[in-house]
Design a protein around this ligand. Structure first.
Ligand code: DAH
Length: 360
């Protein structure tokens, strides 16, 4: 066996066993690169006599051609195998059930959803949203709202008091969203049209009461805002919120220190088979408190009651959510149980709007 035969067998063996394209390229460089074994042989042709060249030329060139061909076919085979492997690894079983995208798998809490629904309805009526702190002074939570010192209405609120400061004054966890009425009237010129959703706190706990709960307050102050406007706004709200054509409403005289006259509002409903439905039936359900803003409250905010008047209303968001979505118990709202939120929660991309439908 000649040297050429040995070299050829050696090179073809290396080509055959090259396991990837990088290894194959190394073999090519070692044979056909500038200093490669075959290239070196080709260089020797120049120094040969014509007779020698005639004999050796075809042998060396033949060797180069066969090595080149073998490299080419091995490269093709390796590329084919690499493609196969990639296809196999990227294979998708289209029969598998669809996995929810992360942005679609979270859930919106019913309270957040109901706040968004309420906001959408009132925004459509030209109301903006106002907010205030959860920790309030006695002045904002009670005094400015026309609760006189020692008035029994203060006791009825089951207030949580904070430790007294160095002057002996005790802040409170706000017992209602009404203090934000004061904050708004003291900082914004009428006309005012706001809703105030937020957390409120009272020392109370059972199936329908939790120490922390949510209210939404409404406030309209203008030169002529009157009771007829109040009734229209509330009726529109109830129809839109409960998504019914019409809903009977009953205004019962009531008392709140910050409104005069005051009323509690019941809406028409029917309770059949443990289910409650609105806009029909002969039963009544209390949903909110309201009234004309008391002149003392206007004065406490620097507004002249002979120039300005207005109305206010307040309702429990948690209760509205329970009624609308048929949830019997309030406590799970705050237990952070994923099974509950998966069942009662809302899809993040179902943003309530009057155009798209509140609960589309
Ligand atoms: N702040 C009252 C409460 O928590 C609710 C309320 C009643 C608010 C009548 C109002 C209103 O604005 O006019 O019990």
């Amino acid at each position: 066996m000649t040297d050429l035969d040995t070299l050829e067998r050696d090179l073809l063996g290396q080509i055959e066993t090259a396991s990837d394209e990088a290894a194959l390229e190394a073999v090519r460089v070692s044979a056909l690169g500038k200093k490669g074994s075959v290239s070196e042989l080709l260089k020797t042709l120049g120094a040969m006599t014509p007779d020698e060249r005639k004999e050796r030329g075809p042998l060396i060139n033949g060797l180069r051609d066969r090595v080149t061909t073998a490299l080419g076919s091995r490269r093709e085979a390796l590329q084919g195998a690499a493609l196969e492997a990639r296809l196999a690894s990227e294979r998708i079983d289209v029969t598998l059930p669809l996995r929810e995208a992360p942005e679609a798998s979270g859930r919106i809490h019913p309270i957040s959803q109901v706040i968004d629904e309420i906001t959408a309805i009132f925004a459509d009526l030209g109301f903006s949203v106002a907010e205030g702190p959860d920790i309030e002074t006695d002045e904002y939570n009670f005094t400015a709202l026309n609760f006189p010192e020692g008035h029994p209405a203060r006791e009825m609120h089951d207030t949580f008091f904070l430790a007294p400061d160095h002057l002996g004054r005790r802040k409170v966890l706000r017992t209602h969203t009404s203090p934000v009425q004061i904050r708004t009237m003291r900082s914004v010129e009428p006309p005012i049209r706001v809703i105030i959703p937020g957390r409120t706190y009272r020392h109370d706990s059972d199936q329908t009461h939790t120490p922390m709960f949510h209210q939404v307050e409404g406030l309209v102050i203008d030169r002529q805002a009157n009771i007829a406007n109040l009734k229209w706004v509330l009726e529109n709200f109830c129809r839109a919120f409960f998504e019914v054509e019409s809903v009977g409403m009953r205004f019962r005289p009531s008392f709140f220190p910050f409104t005069e006259p005051s009323a509690e509002v019941d809406i028409q409903c029917t309770r059949k088979g443990g289910e409650i439905r609105f806009g029909e039936g002969t039963d009544w359900l209390e949903v909110l408190g309201c009234g004309m803003v008391h002149p003392n409250v206007l004065k406490n905010c620097g507004l002249d009651p002979d120039q300005f008047q207005g109305f206010a209303f307040g309702m429990g968001i948690d209760r509205l959510a329970m009624l609308k979505y048929g949830m019997p118990d309030l406590r799970p709202f705050f237990e952070a149980d994923v099974r509950w939120i998966e069942h009662y929660g809302f899809r993040p991309l179902d943003v309530p709007s009057l155009v798209g439908g509140l609960t589309a």
